[in-house]
Design a protein around this ligand. Sequence first.
Ligand SMILES: Nc1ncnc2c1ncn2[C@@H]1O[C@H](COP(=O)(O)OP(=O)(O)O)[C@@H](O)[C@H]1O
Ligand SMILES: Cc1ncc(C[n+]2csc(CCOP(=O)(O)OP(=O)(O)O)c2C)c(N)n1
Ligand SMILES: [Mg+2]
Length: 341
Amino acid sequence: MSHPVSGLGEFALIRRLAARLGPARRDVVVGIGDDVAAVEVRADRYLLMTCDAQVEGVHFLPGVTPPERVGRKAAAVNLSDIAAAGGRPTHFLVSLLLPPDTAVEWMEAAYDGIAHEAALFGADVVGGNVARAGQLALDLTLLGEVERDRIVRRAGARPGDLVLVTGSPGMARAGLALLKQPAPGLADEERRRLVDAYQLPVPRIREARAMGDVGGVTAMIDVSDGLAADLGHICDESGVGLRLLARSLPVDEGMGRLARSLGVDPLEWVLGGGDDYELALTARPGRAEALQRAVHDATGTPLTVIGEIVPREAGRHLVLDGGQEVPLTVAGWEHFGAGHP
Ligand SMILES: Nc1ncnc2c1ncn2[C@@H]1O[C@H](COP(=O)(O)OP(=O)(O)O)[C@@H](O)[C@H]1O
Ligand SMILES: Cc1ncc(C[n+]2csc(CCOP(=O)(O)OP(=O)(O)O)c2C)c(N)n1
Ligand SMILES: [Mg+2]
């Protein structure tokens, strides 16, 4: 009997499909389960590989996000995965899935966006593919490289490590909300900042490279599905627990105001919003300050300590302002989940 993938869920599906694969080649250093795959090609560095798509209606609103921005984000979400491994991006392949009535001008503008974002980070487009499809999608593959001693994985967090995050997660979710419903009373500048966070995420390549210069980062992931869910992947892969401090979370003021005006607890967006493309990481406690300084000096991006890693048995908790500890249950994006925004 056949049953739909939606009944299984995104992550169970990946596990089930991965189980059908044979043993990995000997040159595979990191396979399924991390932000990027890593392969041995040279004595001193690994080849990195990743792919992610932007699908009309799923990742962007048709007729709302300008095509140049759709292209830029398609490149940025891939660059973000290379950042999470501490690497440098090199070569893109661009697979275009196009309904026959797609406007050539729309596609040209989207392609300009891809090329622009790639060039900002020193990567080239070297090929791709075109196929007819029922729904428009830009599916990009990105290669990169990282020095062997500088690769950072989702596994590696240890009890006692501090948990840090770049920027202010939740802003992208606020930007999406703004595009879907009017929010009178929000200044134009505030509105622009939030919409930009959703449509034009900045891949944190430079921030990650600055951290690599300092050292001491033990695990890292990019926040695409939501801060709590993506930190959950670090916990799963590292075999550890987590204590997040609510009062330490970097809550953007405009985002908080918008959330409250819509009757949403801002922490819900910070922890579960998704689309942030910030980096969440763990680091040896003695290195946190040097990491914060290096990232700030190189990029101006804030890097905030938001909690600590604890033994797995201690579970995953959020410490509320009053000191009360509650289980961290905020769900992240699930492609086949119910209740999507
Ligand atoms: N169809 C697939 N076949 C094999 N591996 C997959 C497939 N889809 C996802 N993966 C792998 O599963 C892991 C989780 O995927 P995903 O959540 O999309 O990661 P990311 O947030 O880094 O894009 C990644 O290591 C990815 O390479
Ligand atoms: C129109 C629209 N609705 C909802 C969302 C929210 N959203 C869609 S996919 C996604 C998660 C990230 O995308 P995914 O393809 O899972 O990237 P990955 O985790 O594989 O990097 C989020 C938060 C959106 N970006 N746009
Ligand atoms: Mg993915």
